[in-house]
Design a binder for this molecule. Sequence first.
Ligand code: ADP
Ligand code: MG
Length: 292
Amino acid sequence: ATPISITTAAGRGAQSGVLIKDAEALERMAGVDTLIVDKTGTLTMGKPKLTEVVALGDITETELLSLAAALERGSEHPLAEAIVEGAETRGAARQEATDFEAVTGKGVQGRVGARAVALGNAAMMQEMGLNTAQAEANADTLRTEGKTAMFVALDGALVGIVAVADPIKDSTAQAIRELHTQGLRVIMATGDNERTAQAVAGKLGIDEVRAGILPEAKKELIDQLRREGHKIAMAGDGVNDAPALAAADVGIAMGTGADVAMESAGITLLGGDLMGIVRARKLARASLRNIK
Ligand code: ADP
Ligand code: MG
């Protein structure tokens, strides 16, 4: 390809929905050897849908869903939306929660009437002193299908599982293949469970998975790889991803995600299409040849 100027590269990028903040972001993109991607909202659509409700105790599926949705009305997490919407679609009674509290990267808790309700991952249940062992087989079946399984606790007892599925974006598989062709190593970093993460990564040929990590750990992973001499691009969409985007050599935000993610990023993909990373990389290389 013929060398192009940085201005031309930025212009061509913008035409195809790849917004490049400055010359530095473009130059750095040319030297990147590793891409770290968030799962939810970056590889996947970020619009999870409720797929299963499993009652484990002395409770109906509808009551379980009603309690879960009461809590999730207080949360802005994409998982919360899926549960609230699923509860409405399935006709679960609307109840109000009090004493709502979100536990970052783990789940939500509060009260519904006189009852204490919690909804979240295994780490959250373990923190409450609950043993998830008898429910793990159920949860693992769902995770192996790439779904996110969340446990529901009622008055200190595990009473159910709700699962959601978030479809992979149409263009993700092709983007990962082309990024590999460009010589990049692709690592998924997600707060989601290991099995769920592996199921999604396996379908996409992702090289490495770091699952079950809190948002700060995404930043720490980047810091560590940079210390080892790697040049890192990080793609993410969430409020939680902002520190990691800022820590990377190049932060890449989904235009479909949180504003703070875009503010922390050197490159924004307007439609959230990962093929934009492939294009950004090609433009970066072409403009680099012009500088040299
Ligand atoms: P991601 O990296 O996919 O954006 P998070 O770090 O936000 O994930 O969350 C990690 C895990 O914590 C989720 O997979 C889920 O099991 C649990 N979790 C987080 N927020 C909620 C919520 N509002 N309701 C239920 N579970 C949640
Ligand atoms: Mg996300």
